[in-house]
Design a protein around this ligand. Structure first.
Ligand SMILES: Cc1ncc(COP(=O)(O)O)c(C=O)c1O
Length: 405
């Protein structure tokens, strides 16, 4: 089992949607799904063993991002971690009377246009249910926010800035360090959704200067259904779920020990891979894929996203004359994502790409190819040939589906 193809399934170039579970992660989890079933809150031997495993997992996740173990809160998904950060920070500030103008003014949150729907939905919910004012900043043609625009948008009522580290569709990396210098100067909290960057590039919460950071298991070879939120010591959050006081009182519910252990092991493996040059390996594969597409389809391939400030594994390209959903339908040998989705029989372009100023018709030709831990040079070469072959001929009608993750 390589974690990639052990059968006749297509070449997997969709690691930003989800990654295979590393067999070493599965092995670490297995005892906690079988013999080690204790509840970490129990004070007997069964519980203490589960508690020790959970504590150990927290140490490992913290180590990967330069945090303290006490600053890690396990959650059930990246979407939940985002919601806990955003809703939790705003509601805690409200409870503390921290909206800086005597409670009467509406609290303010700043985000940006290409965030994951989990972040945008959490912001919209605060707007609809709690009267919070939300500023959604635009991005430039490469998908980046201008830190000066963040500075210019901060008001005395601003509680939180939430701007992702790396975009799931284009891989574009935001200037988080520059933004954190601004939020710190204004004593405003900064959350970054690092679902896509952790494990692909070095992520250090102190270097980035963030107060809250989302880590997602299924983007780094742990299973789906486990994630973590870094909460800087001293940052107050309102709990999403009340009850038994687990996870520092921020997320009640008996802990999912096996999955936390899996995330901890995945964090170790990611740290080792990064130390062994994983970023450069992914970059080389991704760039080889792009080069081959340029060679095979001269003049027809255009990059979406930032050329250099980009995740090492992500290639999002428009291929002239090749609507992506139809193209993918014609390339059964490759599993990838389109930068568009089919709703009620109609192809809709990705809001991420249109926010970058890409015209709708062109955005419909966007293809997201994302490599991962087990991707080989032979696979990217084969994939480039198969995609190019399909793009040279008239395309069949599109199927449903689209971009995920
Ligand atoms: C940038 C980003 N944020 C958040 C999420 C949500 O994570 P989850 O699927 O665990 O809720 C994803 C994954 O789809 C993502 O790519």
């Amino acid at each position: 089992m390589t974690g990639s193809r052990s059968d006749d399934r297509p070449i997997y170039l969709d690691h930003n949607a989800t990654t295979p579970v590393d067999p070493r992660v599965f092995k670490a989890m297995a005892p906690y799904l079988t013999s080690e079933w204790g509840n970490p809150s129990s004070n007997h031997a069964y519980g203490l063993r589960a508690r020790a495993a959970l504590d150990d997992a927290r140490v490992r996740v913290a180590a990967l991002i330069g945090a303290r173990p006490s600053e890690i809160v396990f959650t059930g998904s990246g979407s939940e971690a985002d919601a806990l950060a955003i809703r939790g920070a705003v509601l805690a500030a409200r409870a503390a009377g921290a909206a800086r103008t005597a409670g009467a003014a509406r609290q303010h949150v700043i985000t940006q246009a290409t965030e994951h729907p989990a972040v945008l939905a959490a912001c919209r919910e605060l707007e609809a249910l709690h009267g919070v004012v939300v500023t959604v900043l635009p991005v430039d043609g490469a998908g980046r926010v201008d830190p000066d625009a963040v500075a210019a948008s901060i008001t005395p009522e601003t509680v939180l800035v939430t701007i992702m580290h790396a975009n799931n569709e284009t891989g574009t990396i935001q200037p988080i360090r520059e933004i954190s210098a601004i939020t710190r100067a204004h004593a405003v909290l900064l959350h970054t959704d690092a679902a896509q960057s952790v494990g692909k590039v070095t992520v250090d919460v102190h270097d980035l200067g963030v107060d809250l950071l989302t880590v997602v298991g299924h983007k780094m070879c742990a299973p789906k259904g486990v994630a973590a939120l870094f909460v800087r010591d001293g940052v107050a959050l309102h709990p999403l779920i009340g009850g038994g006081g687990q996870e520092h009182g921020l997320r009640a519910g008996t802990e999912n020990v096996a999955y936390a252990v899996g995330l901890g092991r995945a964090a170790d493996l990611a740290a080792h891979a990064l130390a062994d040059g994983e970023t450069a390996r992914l970059t080389a594969l991704r760039d080889h894929l792009e080069e081959r597409l340029h060679e095979l389809l001269p003049g027809r391939v255009h990059l979406n996203g930032h050329r250099t400030e980009r995740l090492p594994n992500t290639l999002n390209v428009r291929i002239d004359g090749a609507p992506a959903l139809a193209l993918l339908a014609g390339v059964a040998s490759v599993a990838a994502s389109a930068g568009s989705a089919c709703h009620s029989g109609e192809d809709r372009p990705s809001p991420v790409l249109t926010a970058m100023g890409i015209p709708e018709r062109e955005a419909l030709t966007a293809l997201r190819l994302s490599v991962g831990r087990w991707t080989t040079t032979a696979e990217v070469e084969q994939a480039a040939e198969d995609i190019a072959r399909a793009a040279r001929f008239p395309l069949p009608p599109p199927r449903g589906g689209g971009n995920v993750g």
